[in-house]
Structures are given as C-alpha cells and as structure tokens.
Design a protein around this ligand. Structure first.
Ligand code: HEM
Length: 544
C-alpha cells in the first residue's frame, strides 16, 4: 500500500484515461450501430453481431476499470486521510463510479442480437455513462456558469466518443464486409458523422478553454494551459489524417481506397487515444483561470529555452544531496523523525538543488547527442544510399547503458543506495523501466531494419513503443515543489512528447500503408526527422 501511495497520482491519470477511452468505445459503438449501420439491409445485419460483441467487450472493460478505480481511490483515501468507508461511499467519485458501472452493465445486458427492433434503447445508458464522467469533471465543481460548462463538457466528451470511439467499428466493418461498395457507403456515412462530431468537439472545447484558461498568457504560463495547447496541436494532426481519409472516400474505386483508409484510421485511433489520455492529465490539474499567481512569463520561458552550449560533464557526486526518501526513512528508523511527519512510501517534495538540476541537464544532453545521431542515420538509411546506416538502432543500446548508469546517480550500481532502494523509489523505477524499453526498442528495430524479421506485426513494436513513450510523457506530471518549475518542465517535455507521438504513428503508416500511396514516402521521411528534432531539443533541455 505504501508504494501505491507514491505513484497513485500518476496511476489515477492512467485510470481516468483508460476509463474515458472505454467510455468512448462503448458510446461510439452505440452511435455507430444506430446512426451508421442503421437498419435492415443484408450487409448491415451481417455486421451487427460483431459490432455488438465489441460494444459488450468495451462495456465490460469500462465496468472493470470503474470498479478498480473506485476501489483503489477509496483505499487510498481511507489510508491517507483516515476516513471511514461510510464517509468515502458518499464521495462524488463513488456515486459517479456506481452510475458508470450500472450503465455499463445495462449496455452489456441490452447489446445482444435482436431480430426486429433497432437499438435506440441503448442511447439512455450511453448518455448515463457520459454523465458519470461529467460528474467528476471540473464543470461540476464550478460555482459560476456550472450548467453551461456541464453541457459543454458532456457535448465535448459525447463528440469524442461518436468520432474516435466510432472509428474502430468502421475499421471492423470495412474488414468484415464482403461488399466494397457497402464499405464505401459506410465510410461516407461515418465521414458525415465525424465531421459533425469534430465541429461539436472543437466548439465545446473552445468554450471550455475560454472558461478554464481565459487568456493567452494563461495558455503558455500554466501547466493546464500548456496541456490544452497540446490537445489543440494533436487535434490538428488528427484533422490532417481525417482530411486525408475524407479525400480518399470521395475519389477513386472502393477497393483501392479501403486499404489506405484502414491504415489512416489506425493512426487516427492511436493519436485519438493519446489525446484522451492528455485530457485525463489535463483534468488532474487546477484550471489555469484559478491560478492568477505563479504564472510563467514569456521572458522566463525565453530565458530558460534560449540556446546554450550543452553540458557533457556531470557535477561531482559529493555535490548531490542525499536522496530525500532514503534520508527520511533512515531518520524515522533511527527515531530522530516524528511519526506524524513520516508517511510510509511518501517522499516529501523539495525543489531540486542546482547540482541535481545540472545532473538532469547532463543526462538529457547526452541522450540528445545519441537521439540526434539516431535521427540523422535513420534519415541517411531511408535515403537508401548507405546500407551500414541501417544499423542505427544499435545506438539505442548506448542510450540504455547511459541511462542505467547515470540517470539516478544516488542509486545502485554507481550510487551509495543499494539495489533494493532502487525498487522503492517510483521515479528510479520509472527510469529503469525506460532503460528496458530502450533495449527492447533497439533489438527489435535493428532486426527489422537489417531484414532479420519477416514482414509482419513484429515490425510494429518499434512504432508502438515510441508512440506509447510520447503518450506516457504527456500523462505524467512533475511534482517539483515549485509551480513555475513544474510549468517550465512541462513546456520542455511537451514538444518532445508530440514529436515522439508523431514519429511513432508516421513509422506505423510507413509500414502499413499500401505501396502505391504517396503518403507512405512522406511518413518514411517524417519519423527520422522527428527523431532528429527530439535530439536537438534534448541538447538544449534546461532546468535552470
Ligand atoms: C481529438 C481531440 C480531442 C479529444 C479526443 C478531447 C477529449 C477530451 C476529453 C475526453 C475530456 C474530458 C477529460 C476529463 O473529464 O477528464 C476533455 C476535456 C477538455 N478538452 Fe478536449 N478533446 C479534444 C480536443 C480539444 C480541443 C481542440 C480543445 C480546445 C480547443 C479541448 C479542450 C478541452 C478542455 C478545456 C477540457 C477540460 C475540461 C475540464 O477541465 O474538465 N479539447 N477533452
């Protein structure tokens, strides 16, 4: 339980993101069934059982996620705030959870095969699922304009579900139907629904941003504002993919377009889920409009981001302060720390010392050199004139060794804190997880690039890992004990995350798009370029 306390902030964003994703899949499936598949023709009837099956699966996953979230959150509250189960059960997140669980089970019960009537009765539990999410959104906690904000939040989430939650059902339908003309008809119907949803989503999003951000200065000067701007940028990327798909649906014979439409649809779903997780991270932050003080100014951002020579030498180990968690644990065990200020598994937060910041900059700059080399070599390899350049993934192994030895100087193997302390500190654990991720990335992609892996799903591991790393970077927040420092850290991580998400899904498109699609060549150049830019940004990463 103590370990869980420490990472629960991050876990609760992942819970919320997964809940919003399954919510979108359930509601999107119901909308697709009623408004896109519609009624009775042979092809549509043939597709209903598979859509109903996936709606039931999404409803089950949603109920399971809600149950896990309500239980974990209640345990955390009872443990850390010492309140009783009776008191917890009256909390809004429990009421919202119960409504979500009951509505998901209702859909699970109702979404079965039927011979005659349509499925309009599924709309009520679907609306209740959206309501269960709106209950715990910022709108419900507002004293002013609560009703319009609740309405905009519901419209925003409903439109998200109809568009991004419905898209997987379109891809399933296109794959399953035997008639390519019917597939084309379905795509045209879905495009109209998507267009309407995008318009509702964007206008409701703008209204919410106006209320919760409120000024341009708050957009770049607060973490909340920066996350909204990130969503708008990723939304732009989605619109670009959506426009390419819309173009495809309107021209050319059905058979030729369906292959590309499926691939663009896959990338749209991937980026869409990333935006939903970004939204979950956004609502875990206080609205920018409520933070009138401690906003970062343009001058402070410029001072932090202005290009400076990178730092390739680390500060001496002696300059680093003792790890705060280890120090507190030792003091508690030696009896020199009072019980009420020591919470098992919870490290106090204090601003990082200049030596710790210098060490972090040193880590990012070395990682920058390595990623820049990877990006440039991958560009050369894609240009196809130097075959040895195809071994570029092996450079990632250098990055993993560097991160393992240097990302957390206070712990094993080079630091004073032993191996077991490594497993206790979530930040070190996250870094070690990244080291493993980089090694898997290197081995898999080297085998793909050098033709040791037959064309197939194994080649997709690299793009998925890169895209997931970008999404994780967007969902984890920094507790630095200083609001301005947290905003500046967010502003330096967001471009890295967006480039990683773009690199992952453009590599996916390069591997999945049919050969004759010109966008394949664009995608093949885009991801190495993103890696190169990530390298350049890391070389200028600053914490002071
Ligand atoms: C693909 C595009 C988008 C998706 C999938 C999306 C999805 C979501 C979701 C699911 C939420 C609710 C989060 C929660 O309650 O935890 C949300 C909230 C929000 N979205 Fe979006 N959104 C998108 C685009 C936008 C755009 C373009 C804007 C601004 C113009 C925007 C502004 C907001 C704001 C301000 C909130 C926060 C509401 C709050 O704090 O409760 N979103 N978004």
């Amino acid at each position: 339980m103590a370990r869980l306390l420490q990472i629960f902030g991050f876990l609760s964003v992942l819970f919320r993101g997964a809940t919003l994703t399954f919510q979108s899949l359930v509601v999107g499936g119901v909308v697709f069934l009623i408004f896109v598949l519609r009624r009775a023709n042979v092809e549509a009837d043939a597709l209903k059982p598979v859509c109903l099956r996936w709606i039931r699966r999404a409803a089950f996953a949603l109920a399971a996620m809600q149950i896990a979230y309500v239980l974990a959150n209640s345990l955390i509250l009872m443990q850390s705030a010492g309140i009783s189960l009776a008191e917890v059960s009256g909390a809004s997140f429990v009421l919202a959870g119960v409504l979500g669980i009951l509505s998901a089970f209702t859909i699970l019960a109702l979404a079965g095969p039927r011979h005659s009537n349509g499925y309009a009765d599924l709309l009520l539990p679907a609306a209740a699922i959206i309501a269960s999410s709106v209950i715990t959104s910022h709108a419900m906690a507002r004293l002013e304009y609560r009703l319009p904000l609740v309405a905009f939040t519901a419209l925003h989430q409903g439109a998200t579900a109809a568009w991004l939650g419905g898209l997987p059902y379109l891809l399933i339908a296109i794959r399953r139907t035997s008639s390519s003309d019917f597939a084309r008809q379905l795509s045209a119907r879905f495009s109209q629904l998507a267009l309407l949803s995008v318009a509702v989503l964007a206008s409701a999003g703008l209204a919410l941003s106006f209320a919760y951000v409120g000024s341009f200065q708050a957009l770049y000067g607060t973490s909340y504002g920066a996350m909204v701007a990130t969503k708008v940028l990723l939304f732009g990327l989605l619109l670009l993919l959506g426009a390419l798909n819309f173009q495809l649906v309107r021209r050319g014979p059905a058979s030729a377009i369906l292959a590309s439409l499926k691939r663009f649809g896959e990338a749209e779903i991937g980026i869409g889920v990333t935006v939903i997780f970004t939204a979950a991270s956004l609502t875990s932050l206080p609205p920018a409009a409520d933070l009138a003080r401690d906003r970062v100014s343009g001058t402070e951002i410029f001072a932090r981001m202005a290009p400076r020579p990178p730092r390739f030498a680390s500060p001496a180990m002696q300059e680093l302060p003792e790890d705060i968690y280890a120090a507190q644990k030792k003091a508690f065990e030696s009896g020199s720390l009072s019980t009420e200020s020591y919470v098992p598994g919870q490290a106090g937060t204090r601003p990082n010392t200049p030596a710790e910041k210098a060490w972090s900059e040193y880590n990012h700059h070395w990682a920058g050199i390595i990623v820049l080399a990877i990006g440039l070599l991958a560009l050369i390899a894609q240009a196809g004139n130097l075959s040895w350049a195809r071994n570029w993934p092996l450079i990632f192994l250098g990055l993993s060794v560097f991160l393992f030895l240097r990302s957390d100087p206070e712990v094993w193997p080079l630091g004073p804190n032993g191996f077991w302390v490594t497993l206790a500190d979530p930040e070190v654990l996250l870094h070690r997880f990244f080291v493993l991720l980089v090694i898997v990335l290197a081995v898999f992609e080297w085998r793909v690039q050098t033709g040791r892996v037959a064309p197939g799903s194994a080649r997709l591991i690299f793009p998925v890992l890169v895209a997931v790393s970008g999404a994780l970077l967007l969902t984890h927040s920094h507790s630095l004990g200083n609001i301005k420092e947290e905003v500046l850290a967010e502003l330096s991580h967001i471009p890295l995350a967006i480039l990683a998400v773009t690199a992952g899904w453009s590599r996916w498109l390069e591997l999945r798009l049919p050969g004759e699609n010109q966008m394949r060549n664009v995608a093949a150049r885009l991801w190495p370029l993103c890696f190169t830019l990530i390298g350049v940004l890391l070389l200028n990463y600053r914490e002071m």
